[in-house]
Write a protein that binds this ligand. Structure first.
Ligand code: HEM
Length: 595
């Protein structure tokens, strides 16, 4: 009986004690797992968001909120602004190491230009581009054994000879754009119309002409203009001068669409925590056809180039595009190495596609931002036109278009300054990635080897916003040495559009009261102040010279031919959308033809 009673007592006791103990053990275990999987901040005192450090997803929920608005890169700006710091840790992806985010220009510039033995292209770049163009030098770190060979292959593509060839294509395509916009503006009769699609085609045509020598008649812009002229005249149903006119757009060929789509797939790499796997799955499923078409397009262009280079016709066999230059290099290497040329070498195919991919979106997006700055800064626009009239005085007197050589060669400091100011403010590519190759010190903080570095040049202390007072002693020796190499922007107008900030007056120049005096003695100074639009150092933008040529020619031709008049506020947002680059959400023009 006593035994039975003991058992009776024991059972309820065991339930009442073992359940809470089990729950407590589970809770401790879960808590341990939770803590184990939360982000691990870098030891020391680099600021980070404390609540993000206490959740497995780190900063991801906040980043997702920004993604919903379209421009997730704004997160970087706000992150350092909220933490009131030029350097912070970001927990970008679950289970990954923290990234270091820097918004201070001098530190970014120092890392890119002076400390490139300590910092290199980030492995994340390889993750982002690895499944699209694994053999493109952008996807490689500098110590990658393939890197040097690839750079050799593309060596000729930014030489003056090659660029001179490219300027002719650029000018021809810009001329078609001018003709098309003259036609559109007549039809629109003072109403605005969207500009983005046309600029996207122009930039595509330019890079395809430079890469593969695709002739003007086959350009998307030329076809669009022909198509437009066959359309019935626009019937205006609305009376408001502010209602935009929407023109029909001829669809691009399947192969061009494939090139654009494949380039756009890079966004998956930017945003995914598992970029390679994520991209690989999509590439082998829903994007399979696009990738196949892109490959077929490149094969076709290689065959055409071989035909050109082996043609008896000297006019035909003349080198005229990146494809031909690369093929000739490959033939040269093969001869030297006593082997057959590999005209289908993966590195050549990827360098070619990479050239198109990196050269297209960046330029088209920048052109779109430029048209917005033209539209919204009337007095600077008028001053630019005035500069062009005085720089290309003969063309102005003869009421003709400036020639391409006039645009490229005549000094026009306000044109340089205007373009640079557009590039400073354009949101095209505000993030630059690096990786610490060794344990490093950044602004006095220890950062371990292998850490990903994000340099965000539109944040506090960057090229658009004044920053923090950082003691010189916290900066690296190289940063202290180069303190005066680049000027500083005036904090009062740093975020305003003011091309004059790039000009310096030569001392001793007298003004004679003539019309052109405002440009006399004005010198454009590229080091006037913070500017990282093309990154910097040995891994800075490879296509910068081509980009400047393209933007200069298109900008000069547009301002010569049109007055960009204000668009209604509801069509003039400065918000960006995150694609491969940050594209303006709205890009409209309202044009008055001048010639
Ligand atoms: C306005 C137009 C352009 C902008 C704003 C731009 C911007 C940039 C930026 C910010 C980088 C990263 C630099 C760094 O990490 O330090 C970059 C890299 C690069 N850009 Fe551009 N770019 C433009 C036009 C072009 C063009 C036209 C081409 C080629 C035809 C090109 C080819 C490249 C390549 C290949 C790289 C990688 C270089 C390397 O990894 O060594 N870009 N660009």
């Amino acid at each position: 009986m006593a035994e039975a009673n003991e058992n009776e007592l024991f059972v309820p006791w065991s339930i009442s004690t073992s359940v809470p103990i089990t729950l407590a053990v589970i809770w401790v275990l879960l808590y341990y797992l939770y803590i184990r999987h939360c982000p691990k901040p870098i030891p020391g005192n680099i600021p980070y968001n404390k609540s993000s450090a206490n959740r497995i997803l780190g900063d991801t929920p906040e980043i997702k909120q920004y993604q919903k608005t379209g421009d997730f890169r704004r997160f970087f700006r706000d992150h350092n602004a909220k933490l009131n710091t030029p350097i912070s840790q970001v927990f970008m992806f679950p289970y990954s190491k923290p990234f270091i985010l820097i918004t201070d220009f001098r530190e970014g510039y120092d890392i890119l230009s002076r400390r490139h033995r300590e910092f290199d292209r980030s492995k994340r770049n390889a993750d982002i581009f690895g499944t699209i163009v694994p053999n493109f030098h952008l996807a490689m770190q500098t110590q990658d054994p393939r890197f040097k060979g690839n750079k050799e292959l593309v060596r000729d593509l930014m030489t003056p000879t090659f660029l001179n060839e490219a300027t002719v294509h650029i000018y021809d395509i810009a001329t078609v754009l001018v003709d098309m916009w003259a036609y559109k503006s007549t039809q629109a009769a003072g109403r605005p119309f969207p500009a983005y699609e046309d600029l996207h085609c122009v930039a595509l045509d330019i890079i395809l002409a430079a890469a593969f020598g695709i002739p003007l008649e086959q350009s998307a812009t030329h076809k669009q203009f022909e198509f437009l002229q066959l359309q019935p005249p626009i019937i205006r149903s609305s009376k408001s001068k502010d209602d935009p006119v929407i023109y029909s757009q001829i669809p691009l060929s399947e192969s061009l669409m494939a090139l654009i789509k494949v380039t756009g797939t890079v966004v998956v790499g930017y945003k995914s925590p598992f970029p390679r796997l994520h991209h690989w799955i999509l590439k082998n499923t829903i994007w399979r056809k696009d990738f196949a078409q892109k490959e077929a397009f490149i094969t076709d262009q290689i065959n055409k180039s071989v035909e050109r280079l082996t043609s008896e016709n000297t006019q035909e066999s003349r080198m005229r595009c990146a494809m031909d230059m690369m093929l000739l290099r490959e033939i040269g290497y093969a001869k030297k190495e006593g082997r057959k040329p590999n005209i289908n070498a993966p590195r050549m195919r990827d360098e070619l596609f990479g050239y198109v991919a990196t050269g297209h979106d960046t330029s088209s997006t920048t052109l779109s931002w430029i048209t917005k700055f033209l539209t919204d800064n009337e007095s600077s626009q008028a001053k630019l036109r005035h500069q062009l009239h005085s720089a290309f005085a003969e063309a102005h007197a003869e009421k003709r278009q400036p020639t391409v050589m006039e645009i490229i060669e005549k000094p026009a400091p306000f044109l340089d300054a205007f373009l640079e100011e557009c590039l400073r403010l354009a949101k095209t590519l505000p993030t630059i990635l690096r990786e610490a190759l060794t344990d490093v010190t950044i602004l006095g903080h220890s950062v371990p080897k292998g850490t990903g570095i994000i340099i965000y040049n539109h944040g506090p202390g960057g090229q658009l916003e004044s920053g923090f007072d950082i003691p010189e002693s916290a900066r690296s020796d190289t940063s202290q040495d180069s303190k005066h190499r680049v000027g500083e922007w005036n904090t009062d107008d740093i975020s305003c559009f003011r091309p004059e900030r790039w000009l310096q007056r030569m001392t001793g120049v007298q003004y004679d009261g003539e019309r052109d005096a405002e440009f006399e003695g004005a010198n454009y100074n590229a080091n006037s102040g913070p500017f990282l639009t093309f990154g910097g150092g040995p891994r800075g933008c490879f296509g910068k010279k081509l980009a400047y040529m393209e933007l200069r020619i298109v900008l000069a031709m547009l301002v010569w031919n049109f007055e960009f008049q204000p668009c209604p506020a509801e069509l003039s947002s400065y918000e960006g959308i995150d694609m491969a680059t940050v594209v303006p959400k709205q890009c409209y023009v309202r044009l008055k033809q001048l010639l």
